[in-house]
Design a protein around this ligand. Structure first.
Ligand SMILES: [Zn+2]
Length: 248
């Protein structure tokens, strides 16, 4: 159920609950049921991009075949992004990098390298601020445009993919993405590499949760991700998986 249908449901259920309280003597807290139901779905819809609640995102490859897509967020990192690129090059595997606009100045050569080595580049906001989701849709749009301009100046073609910071969505973000004409991209496998304490458990989590059609969320700003990447790719290859990008 998406945002619009949830609002319609609330518009029906709340007056119905009020009628029961006023006309049939139900206790006042009966009114809290539709409010609680709405709030629950708003929060879940905001934090789980896979629910497609405020905006429809691509969260998997929609294929039963053993294909997966590796995505790396929050770069460009001057040390770890090149390391990730080295590993991908070693296996000739394409990936998608969702870049933070403010990280581009000074790292233009790394961005050029991504494109030259066959990777896709997406937009992951300009500042990736903790408060991004409290911004107006106009302010979000400015961040998206600023980042696209920086990316496109180097890669020489339109940037069409957007990943919401933290995967959080809301009505303002949905409006900004629609106005930008970009595609919202989520994920089906969240590695949690940003908070992983040891490489062994991170690798185990990745191996056990990999499924056909998975879009895997990783971060090229994390050293630990570079430590497990080779083993993870080798594992997937030995299981018969192939790696694809999002426009294939
Ligand atoms: Zn991020």
């Amino acid at each position: 159920m998406n945002f619009r249908s949830q609002l319609i449901l609330f518009a029906i259920s709340f007056p119905t609950a009020a009628l029961f309280v006023l006309a049939f003597g139900m206790p006042w807290w009966f009114l809290l049921l539709p409010i609680g139901f709405l709030l629950f779905h708003l929060v879940m819809g905001a934090i789980y991009i896979q629910r497609n609640f405020f905006i429809v995102s691509q969260n998997s490859l929609n294929t039963p075949e053993k294909k997966i897509c590796l995505t790396f967020d929050d770069g460009i990192h001057p040390s770890w992004t090149p390391k990730v690129l080295d590993i991908l090059l070693q296996f000739h595997i394409p990936a998608v990098f969702f870049i933070i606009g403010k990280n581009i100045p000074g790292n233009e050569l790394i961005l050029e390298r991504m494109v030259n080595e066959g990777h896709e580049v997406g937009n992951h906001s300009h500042d990736h601020s903790f408060w991004f989701d409290l911004k107006s849709s106009a302010a979000m749009g400015v961040e998206m445009r600023d980042t696209n301009q920086k990316i496109e100046a180097i890669i020489g073609r339109p940037c069409t993919l957007f990943r919401p910071p933290y995967g959080v969505t809301n009505p303002n973000l949905a409006k900004a993405v629609h106005q930008s004409g970009m595609r919202s991209i989520g994920w089906s496998l969240r590695s949690m590499d940003t908070v992983a304490k040891d490489a062994g458990s991170l690798l185990q989590k990745l191996k056990s949760e990999t499924k056909p059609g998975a879009i895997v969320l990783l971060h090229d700003r994390c050293q630990i991700t570079t430590e497990v990447l080779t083993d993870y790719i080798e594992h997937c290859l030995s299981e018969g998986y192939t790696f694809v990008s999002l426009t294939e």
